[in-house]
Design a protein around this ligand. Structure first.
Ligand SMILES: *Cc1c(COP(=O)(O)O)cnc(C)c1O
Length: 380
């Protein structure tokens, strides 16, 4: 019998059976009435989850495709933009902007820092920018930024606000309209409980106007005006990822039926449980010990133990998939994701596998306490 596998990563994440079943149905034609109905319903549900009146478009792409579309559609080569980063995904904005020949002012904070709105204000006071590119949940470090404050600073200085909410949307509060976020980007394989392959992007009137100005960075496929025009006609510019959209419609229906607030509360308590378990073993956290960090929990590998070996042992010996550190954090941290289709027993399973793997690797940790601490923190 194949081994039972446990997926505990901050993307991809497990997919509920209801969604898997919807995606197992025969393919329907994307210009027919049945797909049109699901597509329109899915687009409306996306608006509810994004908390916006703006249109939300979808691309058959990973989350980065949505980010790419935000840079290429809003900007013309040579535009001055600000990227405010504190980790791997934040730095990706700067790489995309550089690829399109933009004039990038990069506020590059240390990996693990919480982006400081005062630094953004100081940069924008020196030099105005067409757009500011931000990251809500920095999945490489576990830090969740105060997007409301950062967006307010960007708005004050007349810049468009573009936010990577790829791992935060539907996991923790995101208020697209109330916080004045012009563009919000999400990917299907995080808290939306779907396989990888879909990007969704919400576009404010101001962002839309920017995308209609002449001289934008060339993009034929990731083209907002074409996608928005098609959406107005209840269809897509090209063949959409039919299966994934049918799955997304079901997943969003489940999320909305349960209620966003209930989902946020659950993620908050899963984060508490994960942190409590890691601390009870005597390990140190890398991600902040705060409720806001409810997407992914990062722990420091104990002295003398390679973080990659922790991940490898958990996967190979106990069939529990977590992830290690990226870039400069590789080998130094391990990360447990808890967004989407997770419950407390996923967390206790991951913690127990972590404990066993650490013992295998010779770490000096407190045994037999992580699971109880996690359960207590979850129900507290
Ligand atoms: C996962 C993730 C991405 C990258 O998405 P891909 O789907 O791998 O392209 C970008 N930003 C954040 C914050 C993420 O968590």
């Amino acid at each position: 019998m194949p081994e039972k596998k446990y997926m505990m990563t901050p993307g991809p994440t497990p997919v509920p059976p209801e969604v898997l079943l919807a995606m197992a149905e025969p393919i329907i034609h994307h210009r027919g009435a049945d797909f049109r109905h699901a597509f329109v319903e899915c687009s409306e549900r996306l608006k509810e989850v994004f908390k916006t009146k703006n249109d939300v478009i979808m691309f058959a792409a990973s989350g980065t495709g949505g980010m790419d579309s935000a840079v290429s559609n809003i900007n013309a080569p040579g535009d001055r933009v600000v990227v405010h980063s504190a980790g791997n995904f934040g730095e990706r904005w700067a790489k995309i902007a550089a690829a399109y020949g933009l004039d990038v002012a990069h506020i590059k904070e240390e990996w693990g820092a919480t982006p400081d709105p005062a630094k953004l204000a100081a940069e924008l006071e020196k030099n105005p920018a067409k757009a500011v590119y931000l990251t809500h949940s920095e999945t490489s470090t576990g830090v969740v930024a105060d997007i409301q404050k950062l967006a307010a600073v960007a708005k004050e200085h007349g810049a468009l606000v573009v936010v990577d909410c790829i791992s935060s949307l539907a996991a923790i509060p995101v208020e697209t309209d109330a916080w004045g976020l012009d563009v919000v980007v999400v990917g299907s394989q995080k808290a939306l409980m779907l396989p990888p392959g879909l990007a969704a992007v919400s576009i404010s009137d101001a962002a839309r106007a920017a995308s209609e100005e002449p001289g934008r960075c060339p993009s034929f496929f990731l083209n907002w005006p074409a996608a928005l025009k098609a959406l107005g006609n209840e269809t897509t510019a090209f063949t959409p990822a039919v299966t994934l959209i049918l799955g997304m419609n079901v997943a969003l229906g489940m999320i909305l039926e349960e209620g966003l607030e209930t989902r946020f509360d659950m993620h908050k308590r899963l984060g508490r449980a994960c942190r409590a378990g890691i601390k009870a073993m005597g390990l140190e956290l890398f991600s902040p010990d705060e409720d806001r960090s409810a997407v992914v929990t990062a722990g420091k590998a104990p002295e003398g133990i390679d973080g990659q070996k922790i991940v490898g042992t958990m996967r190979d010996k106990y069939a529990v998939q977590i992830v290690g550190g990226q870039g400069i954090l590789k080998g130094h941290i391990f990360r447990i994701g808890h967004i989407g289709y997770y419950d407390i027993f996923d967390i206790t399973t991951a913690l127990e596998a972590l404990e066993l793997a650490l013992v295998d690797l010779g770490a000096d940790i407190k045994r037999g306490v992580a699971v109880n601490s996690a359960l207590a923190a979850f129900t507290e």
